[in-house]
Design a binder for this molecule. Sequence first.
Ligand SMILES: [Cu+2]
Length: 175
Amino acid sequence: MLKSMAIAFAAAVCAAGAASAHITLEQSQTPSGKAYKAVLRVGHGCEGKATIKIRVKIPEGLLSAKPMPKSGWSIEKVNAAYEKSYDLYGKPVREGVSEIIWSGGTLADDEYDEFVFRATVAKEIPPGTRIYVPVVQECAEGAVERWIEVPAAGKSPDDYETPAPYFDVVEQPRS
Ligand SMILES: [Cu+2]
């Protein structure tokens, strides 16, 4: 009884504080053709269990992704071909980092941390595009949270229990 109440309470807290809980991106907007510093904010573990691994899928159109090293965590980078070729500062690029994995550390459920990478938003990505960055959070004792839900047309991330973090591509400021 007590245990189920505790779980219900935790779920309610999470839903109420959706903007500050879950895994979200600090910067909600960036111009196309520019570098984007993605700060993934990890607000809690998996239903009380400590986070031990963060796997980030780099979405199509985010080029030259580079993770920021993190004390206490090791980094793995997975390379893959892009779906298409992009023009990056006058050079065609067809492949790059498609997944970043931080592991080896421990982040308690009652602690907060940030995982950072930087990537260039392809200038072919039109303003108005919302880019989702799916993240899988692995925790102690085999627990896992999959922040990979991408809203269907007409829905918003708030309609989902485990939405993928996202940001919006906006018009380049005129100089
Ligand atoms: Cu949450």
